[in-house]
Design a binder for this molecule. Structure first.
Ligand code: ME8
Length: 514
């Protein structure tokens, strides 16, 4: 048995200061799609998500709710876990940074940074934004119009003066630039990579990595008047979950160097600058790639509690269906670009892509088999040019789609699949199998066979994107559960089965306004 290729994919761990919204759902859905794709493609996958539970922002929110940080984080973290379930995410682990295994891992990496000589004690004075959990230089700030200052995100900054441990980030500037040059695919998309390079070229200051003015965090080993900076703690989750602090297994060795971190563009700097610097300092390999996706606005507006336009993913899924929401988010904008969410755009995708294009193709073909072939999978006669062409195109799809998914180009992948779906629909129109019933029964069977084979392959490929619906289509084609991975895309005849097909039921209903 050959060794399977390993694939480690992570979402950011979400802050538990607030309930989950569409943005969180988006990242998790994208990672889930990639994880499912890679598993079906024969890789051994570890897919991680979870919650980021320490820091001032979470402590403040707990206080506002009148709860202890532990009770508060238990409650809100559960809501994120519920979202993971609601999204049908196939994650292998859900990490919470308040878990003992993570405290151990964070303290372990801290000690490695100390051993390298990259941590020193000094005192910090400067501007801190609790919303971003980040420090800002004066020249990055703008006035709030009332005598105070705001971070670029709009978060209020406060002046902080306290004893602090520092990480010698300045020492890693050249090594980081070398890394970006030698591994051009480490940061994606390209435009964001250029932004990171410009930032690092601008010069790196040493980074304050501990706080003393509040308590909700991982104690600094050897000096528990300090807690670790929440980002150092948070980033380490990617190591914790695959056993960094637990030497008993080989999961860490197996997965770490294949890591793909999918993050929103808001937190790219932490992942593409601080994180590789911490790792290099700790003597650890760096992940394979960091991909920063774009930002969703809602009907042209920034999503925010104060505008009252925060999209609740639970409600959205209850109204429109999980696969419909997954498809929309993955298809509507190229992964990496910003997107605008609107109910109108969602309904258009549901009705035109899922219902008219894909649903209609499936429905037409299954109904014709049901009524014209007594529900038995037809056996083909000899192929004509158009049959061979359609089968060849659908046969080439895996390689095409794979090359998109390997680059995280998820909407491109769907567009490639849709080209075949549209091609198959026009093949149906041209062949008009319903007319062949009375004139050429064998030709009708050949056409319907070619179409069911096309649908089988498309449905297999669509499983990562719309798992439930693709499963229902494969059920209706009597494709056994153990014959649904991508190895079964190579074979043209696995559809042949003696059993009668079940009576067809529609998989992608139109969304009707009520
Ligand atoms: O930053 N559009 O957590 P967070 C698209 N705990 N994606 C969005 C989005 C939007 N409008 N809003 C949020 C943190 N996201 C840290 C991460 S990782 C070691 C620590 C998604 O709860 C996007 O993935 O603020 C973004 O990066 C993430 O949620 C931020 O989640």
């Amino acid at each position: 048995m050959p060794n399977l290729e390993n694939y480690y994919i992570t979402t950011p761990i979400y802050y538990v200061n607030d309930v989950p919204h569409l943005g969180h759902a988006y990242t998790t859905i994208a990672c889930d799609t990639i994880a499912r794709f890679m598993r079906l493609d024969g890789k051994e996958v570890f897919f991680l998500t979870g919650t980021d539970e320490h820091g001032q922002k979470v402590e403040k929110s707990a206080l506002e709710f009148g709860e202890s940080p532990q009770v508060f984080t238990d409650r809100v973290s559960q809501r994120f876990r519920d979202l993971t379930d609601k999204l049908g995410a196939s994650n292998d682990d859900f990490i919470r940074t308040t878990e003992p295994r993570h405290i151990l891992a964070s303290q372990k990496i801290w000690k490695s940074l100390v051993d390298t000589g990259d941590i020193y004690l000094d005192s910090y004075s400067g501007w801190y934004s609790v919303r971003d959990e980040a420090y800002f230089a004066e020249n990055e700030l703008k006035s709030d119009g009332a005598g105070g200052y705001l971070a670029p995100s709009g978060g209020k900054v406060e002046w902080v003066e306290e004893p602090s441990y520092f990480f010698r980030l300045s020492r890693w500037q050249d090594k980081l630039l070398k890394l970006y040059a030698e591994q051009p695919s480490f940061i994606s998309p390209k435009s964001r990579r250029n932004e990171v390079i410009r930032f690092v070229e601008g010069g790196l200051q040493d980074l304050s990595v501990s706080r003393t003015s509040f308590k909700w965090g991982v104690p600094v080993p050897g000096n528990n008047t300090h807690i670790m900076y929440v980002w150092l703690d948070a980033l380490t989750n990617y190591l914790t979950a695959i056993g960094y602090s637990d030497q008993s297994g080989n999961t860490f060795q197996k997965f770490w160097t294949s890591a793909l971190h999918i993050v929103g563009k808001d937190i790219l700097r932490f992942h593409a600058v601080y994180w590789p610097a911490f790792l290099m300092s700790a003597g650890l390999p760096i992940p394979k790639r960091v991909f920063a996706h774009g930002w969703w606005t809602v009907e042209g507006e920034k999503m925010s509690k104060s505008s009252g336009n925060v999209v609740d993913p639970f409600q959205l899924i209850d109204t429109f269906g999980l696969d419909q929401v997954r498809y929309f988010l993955l298809r509507e904008v190229p992964f990496g670009s910003d997107g605008d969410f609107s109910i109108t755009a969602l309904k258009t995708r549901i009705n035109s892509d899922l219902s008219n294009d894909f649903g209609n193709l499936v429905q037409r073909v299954l109904s014709m088999i049901n009524s014209n072939c007594d529900g038995a999978m037809p056996t083909p006669g000899s192929y004509e040019k158009e049959d061979v062409e359609l089968l060849r195109n659908v046969g080439a799809l895996l390689n095409d789609v794979r090359s998109s998914v390997e680059e995280q180009a998820l909407s491109d992948a769907l567009e490639k699949i849709w080209q075949i779906i549209r091609g198959a629909n026009s093949y149906v129109d041209r062949q008009a199998p319903w007319k062949l019933k009375s004139t050429d029964q064998k030709r009708m069977e050949t056409v319907l066979f070619v179409l069911s084979e096309t649908i089988r392959k498309i449905a297999i490929l669509m499983q990562p994107f719309v798992p439930t619906s693709a499963g229902k289509i494969l059920d209706q084609l009597n494709v056994p559960k153990d014959s649904r991975n991508f190895a079964f895309l190579a074979d043209d005849h696995s559809v042949e089965s003696k059993a009668l097909l079940p009576k067809p039921v529609g998989v992608f209903p139109r969304h009707l306004d009520t």
